[in-house]
Design a binder for this molecule. Structure first.
Ligand SMILES: Cc1cc2nc3c(=O)[nH]c(=O)nc-3n(C[C@H](O)[C@H](O)[C@H](O)COP(=O)(O)O)c2cc1C
Length: 393
């Protein structure tokens, strides 16, 4: 973990979620309203549970910001859980003097069974409360802070839904992000969108769930974030870890990814050419199969990441399991649950990519005040991108 780091805390039905961010520069404009925009985007998406209508997430900034600007000190964020009102007894911090019926029928595909085995507890509630993707609300709040920083350098991050179940969106040449934001499933292809929503309805009616693939794209990333010199400094490795940490993500690839494995080298590498005069970068690529990363470093092309989300584990029609108390067959636990989380997971993917890129930007350009980082960035891009640098004497 580099200089920019964060931790989250909080249970799904506890009082709330907390995030502490360390290493952000001073002088960055930041407001609760800015963070709220991303939290709202995470809550949307056709196929989410009724909980998302109850919660109206807002992160309170508890520290690290004064008069609208970051101070360079740790930024702490607090998101209250609205559901807490109804869970005060079950999730009480203090003993309540009576026994609450434990959950003892683990859900296949969830953290339940491995968790109670590992932590030596009997009630699955103790595991599912933190394994729940409610935690990702705190990550999205952290991601919004990172996004605010990246904005200063013209770096933008978007996501869209590529597939849900068997239905795959056609990949347009350029994506209309406004349309994606309006789509109930964050899909750029209106025809596929209908089929995807119908598939979600069908899964819901059958007590089933659906997975899919989302794509995250970061544009405006300077050349040279990450490094080839050490395994843990490779940007693609850091991105893969960040994406894989999103609950229910089972696969990640970058650029052409898995599809490049079956292609020839001549079809895969992104041919290098000269940019027209006046372009920011002197060189350009004919294609972007590398997904913006070569040798563990950003190469100036958009960073393109895909993540595969498995169908989530809590089924309306529960799967067979066992009751751990009796050892007898039983239906797996059911508790209010989403049907499909691919669109929301895309927003979480944006946050994770923003966090990784912010860490990499601060590693490369340093600085304790935004102005200092900016000067370093300008000095670097001014000289590193200059055509003159390559001219032989
Ligand atoms: C936005 C989002 C919402 C989720 N909602 C649910 C849910 O309602 N029910 C469920 O069983 N899993 C849900 N999951 C997935 C579980 O959190 C995840 O499958 C579980 O923690 C086990 O981890 P694993 O699938 O990575 O192995 C959600 C995931 C995301 C990204």
């Amino acid at each position: 973990m580099g200089r920019f780091r964060f931790l989250t805390a909080g249970e799904s039905h506890g009082k709330g979620l907390v995030a502490v961010i360390d290493g952000m520069v001073a002088g960055l404009p930041l407001s609760e309203d800015y963070i709220a925009q991303d939290l709202k985007r995470r809550q949307a998406g056709y196929g989410r549970s009724a909980r998302m209508k109850i919660e109206q997430d807002k992160a309170e900034i508890i520290s690290g910001v004064r008069h609208g600007l970051t101070m360079g000190s740790p930024i702490s964020l607090l998101i209250w859980n609205r559901v807490w009102e109804d869970w005060q007894e079950i999730m009480s911090v203090a003993p309540i003097g009576k026994k609450i019926q434990p959950i003892t029928t683990p859900r296949p595909g969830h953290a339940d069974l491995a968790g109670i085995t590992k932590y030596g507890v009997e009630d699955i509630r103790l595991i599912l409360e933190r394994a729940s993707a409610r935690e990702t609300a705190a990550r999205v709040a952290v991601g919004a802070v990172a996004r605010r920083f990246l904005n200063e350098f013209g770096i933008t991050i978007h996501s869209h839904t590529l597939s849900i179940g068997k239905h795959r969106a056609k990949q347009p040449r350029s994506i209309n992000w406004k349309q994606v934001e309006k789509s109930p499933i964050r899909c750029a292809d209106a025809t596929a969108e209908k089929a995807m929503m119908a598939a979600i309805d069908d899964a819901k009616a059958k007590g089933d769930t659906l997975g899919g693939i989302f794509e995250v794209i970061a544009a405006g990333v300077p050349v040279g974030l990450g490094s080839h010199v050490q395994w843990d400094r490779r940007l693609n490795g850091q991105i893969a870890q960040a994406m894989m940490s999103i609950p229910a993500v089972k696969g990640v690839d970058i650029g052409g990814g898995f599809s490049t494995a079956g292609a020839k080298g001549s079809q895969t590498q992104d041919v290098i050419g000269t940019s027209p005069k006046g372009a920011a970068l002197p060189w350009r690529r004919a294609t972007n199969n590398a997904g913006g990363i070569e040798g563990g470093m950003s190469n100036g092309e958009p960073i393109v990441v895909h993540a595969a989300i498995k169908p989530i584990a809590t089924l309306g029609k529960p799967l067979p399991s066992v009751d751990l108390r009796t050892g007898k067959k039983a239906e797996a636990h059911y508790e209010r649950s989403d049907i499909c989380v691919v669109p929301a997971a895309g927003v979480i993917g944006e946050a994770m990519l923003a966090i990784v890129l912010t860490g990499a930007m601060l590693e490369k350009f340093g600085g304790d005040h935004l102005k200092e980082t900016w000067v370093n960035y300008k000095n670097y891009t001014g000289s590193a991108y200059s055509r003159k640098r390559y001219a032989t004497s």
